[in-house]
Design a protein around this ligand. Structure first.
Ligand code: HEM
Length: 407
C-alpha cells in the first residue's frame, strides 16, 4: 500500500498532470512505440491518430490516482478496461514498459516541476494501479481459458458465411477452425478480431460486438465499412473485411469480453436503442430476451439514416412477429424516395423526447443504448430529463470508453 505522504503528493499533483494530460500521454506513446515497436501490433493506430486513446489512458490514470486510497470505488471502470485489455492480449509483462514510459513522459513534459519526490510518488502509485489491473486480468485469462469452449489469446475462425445486411453493413458468420466447442457469452459482449492486412507491417486488432445470441454453432459479427469521410481516413480493418475477406477466409478472434451486458435478473421493461451500427449488441440482446424472457416487455428502437443503410431489419421484424412482447420502432433521419414511397418507418428526423415517450411505455425501465457519441449524448440527456435513474442507463462506446458528459 502507499503511505500517506505519497497519497498526498499524488492528490496534489493530479490537477497539474490533468492540465498536461494529453501532452503527457501523446509523448508517452511516441517514446514507447519508438523503443517497443512490437506494441504497435496491439494498439489501434486510428485511435492514436484521433487522440482518443491518449485521452482515455490519461483519464483512467488520473481517475485511479484520485481514488488511490479507495480503488474499489472505481472497480466497474477498472473491470471494463480490464475486459478490453484481456481481449487485446495485454499481459503482466507489458505493465512495466507502460509505467517506465509514462514516468519518462511526465518528466519530459513537466521539466523541473517534476521533482524526484513527485516522480517517485507516481512510480509507486502506478505500481499499485498496475497491480490492480494485472490481478483482475490474470483472473479473466484463467476464466476464459477454463470456460467450456473458451480459450486464452487468439483462436483461428473460418468465415462460414458472409452476408450483406445493408449498403454499409456486412455480417460474418465465424466458426472455430479446430471444430471444438464455442464459449457461451453474454449479449452485448464483443470479440477482438486480429488481422494481417497485405502490405501492412503490423497486425491490426479491432473489437466488434457479437450480433447474434449465444448458444449457436457460430459467432456473428456485423461490420460497418468505414469509408473516408469528412477528413477522416477510411477504416483499414473494416475495408479489409468487406473487400478482401471472403467465405472460407480465416480471422483470429479472442474470447468474448465486455461489461456492457444485459442484466438478466431484472424483470422490468427493457428498452434497447441503437444508432447506426450500434444496433449490433442490441440485436444480440433482443434475440436473447426473445428466447429466455418471454414475459419481459421489450422496446427496440433503431435510428438509421435511411432504408439503404438499415441492417438486420427483416430479422428483427420476424422476431417481433413471433414474440408479441417485443415492440419495434424505426427512426430514419434522412429517408430517401424509396423509403417515403413505402412509408415503412415510424419517425422521420432525429429522436426527440416526445417521440421517445410515445414509443416507450414508462421511464421506469432499463435502458441500453449504443451508437455514435452525439446520438448517445442526446439519448442520455433525454432519458435523464424524463426521469430515468442513472443506474438504469447502460451504454457502450465505439472505441475508447469515456464519460458521456465529457465525450
Ligand atoms: C485501452 C487504461 C495499461 C494497452 C485502454 C483504455 C483505458 C486504458 C482507459 C480504454 C478502454 C476502452 O476502450 O474501453 C490503462 C491503464 C493502464 C493501462 C490505466 C495502466 C495502469 C496498458 C498496458 C497495455 C495497454 C500495459 C499494453 C501494452 C491498451 C490497448 C488499448 C487499451 C491496446 C485499446 C485501445 C487502442 O488500441 O488504442 N487502456 N491501460 N494498456 N490499453 Fe490500456
Amino acid at each position: 500500500m502507499l503511505n500517506e505522504t505519497t497519497i498526498q503528493i499524488i492528490k496534489s499533483t493530479v490537477p497539474v498532470l490533468e492540465v498536461h494530460g494529453t501532452a503527457i500521454t501523446k509523448r508517452f506513446y511516441q517514446m514507447m512505440f519508438s523503443s517497443h515497436p512490437e506494441l504497435l501490433n496491439i494498439f489501434n493506430h486510428a485511435n492514436q491518430k484521433q487522440g482518443r486513446q491518449q485521452t482515455a489512458l490519461a483519464n483512467a490514470v488520473y481517475a485511479a490516482a484520485v481514488n488511490i486510497d479507495k480503488l474499489e470505488a472505481i472497480l466497474p471502470a477498472v473491470k471494463q478496461i480490464a475486459h478490453k485489455h484481456r481481449s487485446l492480449g495485454v499481459k503482466a509483462e507489458h505493465y512495466p514498459i507502460v509505467g517506465q514510459h509514462l514516468l519518462a513522459a511526465i518528466k519530459d513534459v513537466l521539466g523541473d516541476a517534476a521533482t524526484e519526490e513527485i516522480l517517485q510518488a507516481w512510480a509507486d502509485a502506478y505500481g499499485v494501479i498496475a497491480d490492480a489491473f494485472i490481478g483482475i486480468e490474470a483472473e479473466m485469462y484463467v476464466q476464459s481459458e477454463q470456460q467450456e469452449g473458451g480459450w486464452a489469446d487468439f483462436r483461428a475462425f473460418r468465415v462460414e458465411r458472409k452476408v450483406k445486411e445493408s449498403d454499409v453493413i456486412t455480417s460474418f458468420y465465424l466458426v472455430p477452425e479446430d471444430g471444438r466447442a464455442l464459449a457461451a457469452f453474454e449479449p452485448g459482449q464483443y470479440v477482438s478480431v486480429q488481422v494481417d492486412i497485405p502490405g501492412e507491417s503490423n497486425t491490426h486488432i479491432r473489437q466488434y460486438s457479437l450480433s447474434a445470441a449465444s448458444g449457436l454453432p457460430y459467432y456473428r459479427i456485423s461490420v460497418k465499412r468505414e469509408d473516408a469521410a469528412d477528413g477522416r481516413p477510411a477504416g483499414k480493418v473494416s475495408l479489409y473485411l468487406h473487400e478482401q475477406v471472403q467465405e472460407g477466409g480465416i480471422l483470429r478472434l479472442s474470447a468474448p469480453a465486455g461489461s456492457f451486458t444485459l442484466d438478466r435478473e431484472d424483470k422490468r421493461p427493457v428498452v434497447l436503442i441503437g444508432g447506426g451500427v450500434g444496433l449490433t449488441p442490441m440485436v444480440s440482446m433482443l434475440h436473447t430476451l426473445a428466447q429466455t424472457d418471454p414475459d419481459r416487455q421489450v422496446t427496440f428502437i433503431h435510428a438509421a439514416q435511411n432504408g439503404k443503410v438499415h441492417a438486420l431489419r427483416r430479422e428483427v421484424e420476424e422476431l417481433a412477429r413471433a414474440n408479441p412482447q417485443l415492440s419495434v420502432h424505426w427512426c430514419y433521419t434522412r429517408p430517401d424516395g424509396a423509403d417515403r414511397e413505402r412509408g415503412d418507418y415510424d419517425r422521420e428526423g432525429y429522436i426527440d423526447l416526445p417521440w421517445l415517450q410515445s414509443a416507450i411505455p414508462a421511464a421506469d425501465a432499463s435502458f441500453y443504448f449504443c451508437g455514435p457519441v452525439p446520438f448517445m449524448k442526446a439519448v442520455n440527456r433525454m432519458l435523464k430529463t424524463w426521469g430515468a435513474a442513472d443506474a438504469d442507463l447502460h451504454y457502450e462506446f465505439f472505441g475508447p470508453a469515456a464519460q458521456l458528459e465529457q465525450a
